[in-house]
Design a protein around this ligand. Structure first.
Ligand code: FAD
Length: 548
């Protein structure tokens, strides 16, 4: 059959991991058919070929009512619908627990008890009482270690679900992890992509939030969402008691040692929280300053000094990325087309990671075409242009390795015009005042910044949960794509994120604001279900293949 690309659309409905991923609970039922029909490979080919011919490719979110009443003709599981509809992918999500719905809209709390009561307890008094008791005379159900945007978003959802929770944060105030960074930092994702759950940014909020402004927003949010946020508190150690199914978590709260005993422990330490600094011979001799890029305080104290930045990366111009990369799901034009934040999140989640690169490759090809002159000038200046191993660009790098990209907000122009000089080659040594490359090049330096990426959160977690438990849980983040810093085998989902880990009662949360916003819902529901004793069998615990 020949189809006219101008009048043809392909509707993609997501494959379910349970069916299509090896180890999935229903995989055995379809494994034979999948092998025979080469369904996954064919999907990739069809999408790639169709896109090349200019066919419209659509992702259609479909919500089924309880009992799948929409499927009339005796379907064989969910796949029947997929087959009958000639659709490619299908996403199903659980957004609410029956009987434990959030107190929103017509279920919202009254807020006040009208009438004359001598025993009246005000809202402020009850908040004070809760703050005084929780963690001391009353144990929380959940403790979240790490009060960045991830911990805060999850805390808000748990609060709405009535799960007593404490957030532990070593910085003094919510938002400090942003305030403490270099002064020109602003969010690199646009406002439409960055909303927190429940309280979207106002319509006049800037497209790119300056770091101190986002810090203040997080602090405001923590307060009005009534989160139990322990600032200036560091988690010291945690151990799990198999018989009582509780954690013993020792924290230092502003100098006071407090022992908490939650049933569930969530680590939200930053998915890219562990700076990787290479061990370079001679580093200890270097007389200038040296630090990882995450610790760079900004330029003020290095005025007039010579800086060497070690590391190079994939670059995309911010304007172009906003237009071609995220505009259809997160922008005013997306809203005008009826794509709300939740819809945008769901559409994105409905794209299986297995074929996500096939959607990204054409985007980056278009980016390259639009900014060809810019990349030509960078190349002419000696910069090695990098689009990722399969040309799939920034977002796949983020998912696979959590590093290796720069959203250009101006610095690349300095490279292209020669204001920032380039030297190529492996660094072999640091002397007292130089960086030495393998070919003998010597670069005089007063400051060395290691732009060398991040490691896995389980290594960061080892300080708290111990090396043995961290190893048992294994590597965090990455898809098992077999690309640099993301060793195989293929996982199907992000390792250990938002789902049961190999350690009972231990969960991992994080990601950018968008992933944190969306997946905090599913993590919160899993925690709520456990609090309520709703059966939550884990059918296929992911195997652990890597410890770092
Ligand atoms: C230039 C730049 C631009 C960026 N732009 C965006 C953007 O536009 N949108 C976006 O979403 N992201 C952006 N990011 C990434 C952003 O930094 C991360 O997405 C975000 O910080 C992740 O939040 P988190 O809560 O998971 O982790 P973090 O913010 O890293 O929070 C982890 C917290 O854990 C605390 N902690 C660690 N150990 C302990 C302990 N033992 N006890 C108590 N507390 C502990 C830390 O103090 C920290 O506050 C950008 C980053 C950079 C560098």
């Amino acid at each position: 059959m020949t189809l006219d690309p101008k009048t043809t659309a392909i509707l993609l409905i997501e494959y379910q991991n349970e069916f299509t991923t090896k180890g999935g609970v229903l995989h055995d039922a379809v494994a034979g058919v999948m092998d025979e029909t080469k369904i996954l490979a064919n999907t990739v080919n069809v999408v790639a070929a169709a896109r090349k011919k200019g066919v419209t490719i659509m992702h259609a979110p479909i919500t089924f009512a309880e009992g799948y009443g929409e499927l009339t003709s005796q379907p064989y599981g969910i796949l029947k619908g997929v087959v009958d509809g000639k659709a490619f992918t299908l996403l199903t999500t659980l957004d609410e627990l029956k009987g434990h719905e959030e107190p929103a809209r017509d279920r919202r709390p009254q807020g006040v008890r009208h009438g004359a009561y001598r025993d009246r307890v005000t809202w402020a008094e009850s908040r004070e009482q809760e703050a005084a008791e929780l963690g001391y005379t009353v144990q929380p159900e959940v403790v979240i270690v790490g009060g960045g945007q991830g911990g805060i978003a999850l805390g808000a959802r748990l609060r709405q679900l009535g799960v007593p929770t404490i957030i532990i944060e070593r910085n003094a105030r919510p938002g400090d992890s942003w305030r403490k960074r270099y002064k020109s930092l602003a969010l690199h994702d646009p406002v439409w992509y960055d909303h927190l759950p429940y309280i979207p940014f106002p319509e006049n909020w800037p497209v790119f939030s300056p770091k101190d402004k986002i810090g203040d927003w997080l602090e405001m949010y923590t307060k009005v969402m009534e989160l139990n946020y322990w600032g200036s508190t560091t988690a010291k150690s945690a151990s799990y008691d198999e018989s009582s199914k509780t954690w013993t978590l020792v924290v230092d709260r502003d100098g006071e040692e407090v022992t908490l005993q939650p049933r569930q422990l969530v680590l939200a330490l930053g998915a890219s929280g562990l700076p990787v600094v290479p061990e370079i011979p001679g580093a200890e001799k270097f007389r200038g300053a040296q630090h990882h890029s995450s610790a760079h305080p900004g330029p003020d104290e290095y005025k007039g000094k010579r800086a060497v930045v070690i590391g190079s990366t994939h670059i995309v111009r911010s304007d172009t990325l906003m237009d071609l990369g995220v505009g259809d799901l997160d922008a005013e034009r997306a809203l005008a087309a009826g794509v709300t934040t939740f819809k945008g999140d769901t559409i994105f989640a409905s794209l299986p990671f297995r074929i996500l690169h096939t959607f990204q490759i054409p985007v980056y090809a278009a980016i390259k075409e639009r900014d060809q002159d810019f990349y030509d000038r960078l190349e002419k200046a000696g910069f090695d242009i990098d689009w990722g191993v399969d040309d799939s660009g920034l977002f796949l790098k983020y998912l696979r390795r959590g590093s290796g990209y720069y959203i250009d907000v101006g610095a690349s122009e300095l490279v292209a015009n020669g204001d920032i000089k380039l030297a190529k080659g492996q660094v072999t040594e640091l002397t007292e005042d130089e960086v030495v490359l393998q070919d003998g090049t010597r670069l005089p330096a007063d400051l060395v910044v290691y732009a060398t990426g991040y490691g896995s959160m389980n290594q960061l977690a080892a300080d708290i949960i111990g090396q043995d438990v961290a190893d048992k849980v294994g590597k965090v983040w990455g898809l098992g794509s077999g690309t640099p810093k993301d060793p195989g085998p293929w996982e199907g989902e992000l390792r250990n994120m938002w789902k049961p880990t190999a350690q009972e009662g231990l969960w991992i949360h994080g990601g950018n604001l968008a992933l944190s916003r969306y997946y905090s819902l599913y993590l919160a529901l899993q925690l709520k279900a456990r609090q309520e004793g709703i059966p939550t069998p884990v059918y296929n615990q992911a195997e652990v293949h890597h410890t770092e």
